[in-house]
Write a protein that binds this ligand. Structure first.
Ligand code: 5AD
Ligand code: SF4
Length: 479
């Protein structure tokens, strides 16, 4: 038997890229590849790139420079190393990458990962291969289902892509160009995936999509289902304890999604709902298609059905033409809503987007200052939100042993890490925890007395292997 070939994937950017990386590993497992964390040993290195913000392509070229040295070293040792560039930079600049970086063997856009084996074979025969078409409706129909051992190794929380692409065309954003038009997967396929994940120990599912609540997939009844309907269906699958979804657009919050939050205890009361700016003038220039009043009204609809719901958001500071008053309006909106956390970014012009041609640039110093002020405000809200948990008993889904021996770490409904001293048999279960203190962003506590008894009596089986902490540098998707 041939020894397995080794595959190293480096992913940048959003959860969709993390998910796509896993699908690439699953696809290439069929070709005899096994994943390695060690780039020097790899027979194939894939850079899974992100194009959403600053200097994306420069980062790719400098990483390719480093890889060239490693590839040359492998060649001196008589070993062939192939290098592939995937993801949104591959989609946006594929031909340019082939031209500028001879070290690259394969360039593959996000819609074509199922063609990777063929592209590698083509590269072997003809030297290089490039595919950045948007050829099919549902690439996932062509990708293999994850293998049971891979599911178990990835732990109790999994992402499932339900839609991809975006038709909104915010003026600052590359997603509609790199991920293409909005496409939703059929309900039956998603149900199959989730059932399979649950059978192999997954307890929490995050449905992902660039514009996830624009979901409109074909249902088993031949009708078009909304995200709310899909969530209702998934909540029925045995073993699924928690459901989440990301990233949502304020305009696409419909009554079925609100009803899902009202009706489904498994649907976590934590919603990532980017607003980008608190100024109506800037929102219009961004082509967001909603005002701040629309956004506040959406928040109120969620709060009306779940008092314990919390929100996070994305903000861009220094969008072209953003005045001091516009920025003040953003601070005022943050004060008014009160977030459990949020991501904020300095505007960066993305080639090919309408905003890249706008002239009224905000100076670098002004942008830096605004970012610091906004982040300070968000941090203070996040700390207050985390501190509010102290003294309460909250449900925690336990994920894996923590770094400190004897500790198990899980997450609250709001994705706050929570640590307790306990035995690993609690992994995969939701148990009440009395929160005693906060250490930076982590809650520390003890299993509530009833939970300790339940833990010793419980029969649920947990996966036997646990992944290490996931990469916290990951960013959110658009919307
Ligand atoms: N500049 C800065 N931030 C951006 N984002 C998207 N495009 C840009 C850009 N050109 C941010 C938005 C989005 C998040 C994923 O990235 O806030 O919601
Ligand atoms: Fe679409 Fe979101 Fe990008 Fe706007 S920011 S174009 S809604 S992905």
């Amino acid at each position: 038997m041939k020894p397995p070939r080794k595959l190293h994937i480096k992913s940048y950017g959003c959860q969709m890229n993390v998910y796509d990386a896993q699908r690439m590993v699953d696809t290439l497992a069929g070709e005899g590849f096994v994943e390695t964390a060690e780039v020097n040993d790899a027979d194939l290195v894939i850079l899974n790139t992100c194009h959403i913000r600053e200097k994306a392509s420069e980062k790719v070229y400098s990483e390719l420079g480093r890889l060239r040295a490693i590839k040359d070293e492998a060649a001196r040792g008589g070993r062939t190393m192939n290098i592939a560039v995937a993801g949104c930079v591959a989609q946006a600049e594929g031909a340019e990458i082939i031209r500028r970086a001879p070290v690259v063997d394969v360039v593959v856009g996000p819609q074509s990962y199922h063609h990777l084996p063929q592209l590698l074979a083509d590269a072997k025969r003809h030297g290089r291969a490039l595919e950045t078409e948007f050829p099919i409706k549902d690439k996932f129909g062509f990708l293999p289902a994850p293998r049971p051992e891979a599911i178990r190794a990835r732990g109790i929380s999994a992402f499932v892509t339900v839609q991809e692409g975006c038709d909104k065309f915010c003026t600052f954003c590359v997603v509609p160009y790199t991920r293409g038009a909005e496409v939703s997967r059929p309900v039956a396929r998603i149900v199959d995936d989730v059932r399979r994940l649950a059978e192999h120990g997954v307890r929490e599912i995050t449905l992902i999509g660039q514009n996830v609540n624009a979901y409109h997939g074909e249902g088993p009844d031949g009708l078009i289902w909304t995200l709310g309907a899909l969530l209702h269906r998934l909540a029925e699958i045995p073993g699924i304890l928690r459901l989440r979804y990301s990233t949502s657009h304020p305009r696409d919050v419909d009554d079925s999604l609100i009803a899902a939050h009202r009706d489904l205890p498994a649907l976590m009361p934590f919603v990532h709902l980017p607003v980008q700016s608190g100024s109506d003038r800037i929102l219009a220039a961004m082509n967001r298609r909603h005002t701040t009043d629309d956004y506040r009204a959406v928040i109120d609809r969620f709060r009306a059905v779940r008092q314990d719901i919390a929100f996070s958001s994305d903000f861009i500071v220094g969008f072209p033409g953003e005045s001091r008053e516009d920025f003040q309006a953003t601070l005022a909106l943050v004060m008014q809503i009160g977030y459990a956390g949020a991501y904020s970014f300095k505007y960066s012009p993305r080639p090919g987007t309408p905003a890249a041609d706008m002239r009224e640039m905000v100076s670098a110093e002004e942008m830096d200052e605004r970012l610091v002020r906004l982040q300070e405000l968000i941090d203070s809200q996040q700390s207050a939100f985390n501190r509010a948990a102290i003294g309460n008993t909250v449900d925690v889904l336990f994920e894996r042993p923590a770094r400190k021996p004897g500790q198990i770490v899980g997450r609250t409904a709001y994705l706050q890490p929570a640590h307790v001293m306990a035995t690993p048999d609690i992994i995969g279960r939701v148990l009440p925890v009395q929160i005693e203190s906060l250490e930076r962003y982590s809650l520390l506590g003890r299993l509530a007395p009833s939970a300790s008894q339940m833990a010793s009596a419980a029969i649920t089986s947990a996966p036997t292997t646990f992944p290490q902490a996931s990469d916290s540098s990951q960013t959110r998707m658009g919307t």
